[in-house]
Structures are given as C-alpha cells and as structure tokens.
Design a protein around this ligand. Sequence first.
Ligand code: TGC
Ligand code: FAD
Length: 392
Amino acid sequence: MATDQFQAPDYYNLDDLLTDEHKLIRDSVRAWVKKEVSPIIEEHAQNGTFPQHLVKKLGTLGVFGPTIPQIYGGGGLDYISYGLMMQELERGDSGIRSAASVQGSLVMFPINEFASEAQKKKWLPGLASGDLLGCFGLTEPNHGSDPSNMESKFVDKGDHVVLNGAKLWITNASAADIAVVWAKDEAGEIRGLVVEKGMEGFSAPEIHGKWSLRASTTGELVFEDVKIPKENLFPDVRGLKGPLSCLNSARFGISWGVIGAAMDCYDSALRYSQERIQFGKPIASFQLVQKKLAEMITEITKAQLLAWRLGTLKNEGKATPAQISMAKRNNVQIACDIAREARQIHGAMGITGEYSIMRHMMNLESVLTYEGTHDIHLLITGMDVTGINAFN
Ligand code: TGC
Ligand code: FAD
C-alpha cells in the first residue's frame, strides 16, 4: 500500500466548532491510525484476518467506551469526542471502527446502563483497557431487521439459567472474551445476559468468505444448553428497548465513522486527479472529474454538519432515535457514493490495494446493512414524520 498521505478536508471551517480538547483527541487518534493501522491494514484485509494485536493498543488509546465514567475505566468524555474517534478509526478501516463501536456502544454501554454495580466492576475496566474484548448478539439466522421475533431463549433453573439458540453475523464473535446476548425468558420477555468464553455448550465459529469488512472478524454464537449463573443477567432492563438503546449509541458512532471513510476516498481522489495526466493535462482539469470532486466535498460537508449537530443534541440528552437514524442512513449512503466515485477517478488503479478506495467501498456495503439497514432507517424516519408505523 502507498504511504498514507491523508489530509482531512474541512471546507466549512468545522474545526471552529470543536474545542481544543476535541481537536487534541481527534489529532491523536489520527496520528495513531497513520502509525498503527495504515501500514498493516491492506494486508489484513487481503488475507481476511483481524489485527488482534491492535485491541490492547486501542484500549490504551482510549477509544473503548470514551463516554463511560472514569470510575469504571472509561474516558468520561462527551459524544463529539466519541464521534471524532470513530471518524478517525474508520478513516483507517471500517473494521477497526467496528471493533471499537461494538466494544464501546454495544458491550460497555449496556453494562454501564443496565448492569449491577458488581457486574460493572467485574467487566468495565478490562473492556476499557482492551484486556477483554466483547461482542453483542442480537441478530439471529431467522431474525435480522425484526429482532423482536428472536428465538433464543433461556429457562430459570434456580441459581442459574439455561440458554439455547444462535446468533449470526456477530462482530468480534470468535475473538471475544464475553458476549452481551439478548434472549427471551420463559414469559417471552427480552433480557440481556453476559455469556463468557469457555462456558460449556457455548461456541463462536468464525464466518469465512466475506468480501466486506475483511479485516474484522465476524462469527456465530451458538448456545447449546449453556448454564449461566444468574449473576450474569442484567437486572435493570426488560424488552426490546434494551438492545435498541445500545444501537442508538452505535448508530451515532457510525454516522461519524463513515465520514472518515468518505474523507479518505475524497482526499485520495483529489490528489490522484491532480497527479494523473491524460490528454496532456491533469484529469482534475476535466469538468466531469471536477463535478465528482465538487459533489463529494459538498456531501462530506453536509454529513459533517449533520453529525456535529447530532453530537451537540446527544451531549444535551436531546437526540431522538429517529434523528440518529437519519444521520446513520444519510452519512452511510453518501460515503458509499463517494467511495464509488473515487474509485472511478482512480481508474484501474482504484481496484488495487495500492489505494484504500476499494477496501472502503466494500466495507461500506456492510455498514449500509448493519445497525439497521438503509431501508429500515428510512421507515423509522417515515414513521416519525407521519406517525404511521410501516413495520406492523
Ligand atoms: P417497536 O415496537 O417499535 O419498539 C419496541 C420497544 O423499543 C422501543 N424502541 C427504542 N428504544 C430505544 N431506542 C430505539 N432506537 C428504539 N426503537 C424502539 C420502543 O419505544 C418500544 O418500547 P416499549 O417500552 O413500548 O416496549 O419495535 P419493532 O419490533 O416494531 O421494531 C422496530 C425496528 C424495526 C425499528 C427495530 O426492531 C430495528 O431497529 N430493527 C433493526 C435491527 C438492528 O438494527 N439490528 C442491529 C443488530 S447489531 C449490529 O448490527 C451491530 S454491527 C456492529 C459493528 O460491527 O459496528
Ligand atoms: P433482513 O432483515 O433479512 O433484510 C433483508 C432485506 O429486507 C434488507 O434490504 C431489508 O432492508 C429488507 N427489509 C426487511 N424488513 C423490511 C421491512 N419491514 N420493510 C422494507 N424492507 C425490509 N448483528 C448483531 O447483533 N451483532 C453484531 O455485532 C453484528 N455485526 C454484523 C457485522 C456484519 C459484517 C454484518 C454484515 C452484519 C452484522 N450484524 C450484527 C447483523 C446486522 O445487524 C443485520 O445484518 C441487519 O440488521 C439486517 O438483518 P438481515 O441481514 O437478517 O437482513
């Protein structure tokens, strides 16, 4: 892969909206990505391997659970800091951002929100430091967009429960030490529980053959009569709103993260178009190439403004799930479009691992689907503005 020459676009002086602390955090994660991710990521993606050695380093960097209180090892930071971290990680690769999103928003967030004090003390510090890696099991083989119909269930056996079922498409699954799993009790109510690696009857086989997120590990969670102590059940949450509230945090992070991938594609395309000579002049001098670049920077700027405003609302505790859906859907879509246009500007070079473009493009196909598909988020917006639920 060519040297990482990334220069972040800031067409509307958005840095003026950030505090000095935000910029310091953003710049330190940016520098870390250049040093630790850019030199190795293409090879991992080509080989379909997860750079597991980065987990501990990500913990040291402080990107696991940055909004979690410091007493549990988190950063105690605001949501704009979190968003900027996700932007920079995804500038490197969506798979690295995925690992951090899952750890922070889908594993640490529910433990912090719904777990007992003893559970928080047991798991949060190790997750924050990267000594432990977690995963989040909501999706099942037969239930993706409709998790309310999940089939995984557990029965009460006095001091423990016995869990049966399966989860599919789970980020970090085979690498994880613990899994936050959502399953129904005997009354059919959704509960959250922590399943630990090594528990008898629990396995987490890896899914192979992906064309997307190849530097991320994705797997299954299989539960065959897994005996789980009752201390591993979250006491403070019942129903689908439990897992869906975790998704609010992760979707928020994605709405920032994908801007990083889009910025990387735009930056690379801009540089390439100024250097590549055809018909005796740089391809940047052709109007059709300029149209592509002008539209890319316009969409990036709009996405940055949407994410920043959403971050301020989230900091004030005012961001609604529907507002988060709009930002996730819009920003992932524009990132997909930008990756595709950037690929065209790079011509044949765009299909190689010399540039990050095609890797981003393929990664973003997963991002379009996970955490709620593009169309599910459209229907959430539709429901919000019309008051009519198109799901039921
Ligand atoms: P519905 O009846 O609308 O709601 C059930 C209950 O949940 C509440 N609720 C929410 N609460 C918090 N946040 C949200 N975003 C919420 N949305 C709904 C709702 O108020 C209700 O509460 P209550 O008290 O009345 O019980 O539920 P539904 O069954 O009709 O489904 C609605 C729908 C389709 C929007 C929802 O199921 C959905 O979002 N589906 C998409 C599934 C999804 O996003 N899965 C993601 C899996 S995790 C993942 O992909 C990780 S990838 C990570 C990575 O690698 O980065
Ligand atoms: P389906 O729900 O079967 O949808 C298929 C198509 O039908 C989509 O286009 C969808 O928009 C459309 N559709 C469905 N219902 C409707 C409707 N009512 N109206 C209109 N169209 C509809 N899940 C986890 O729990 N944890 C993870 O860590 C995790 N990581 C993932 C990592 C990767 C790489 C991927 C690809 C997925 C991951 N997922 C994870 C799963 C992800 O959340 C689901 O794939 C997603 O929610 C969609 O579910 P599905 O794939 O079953 O598609």
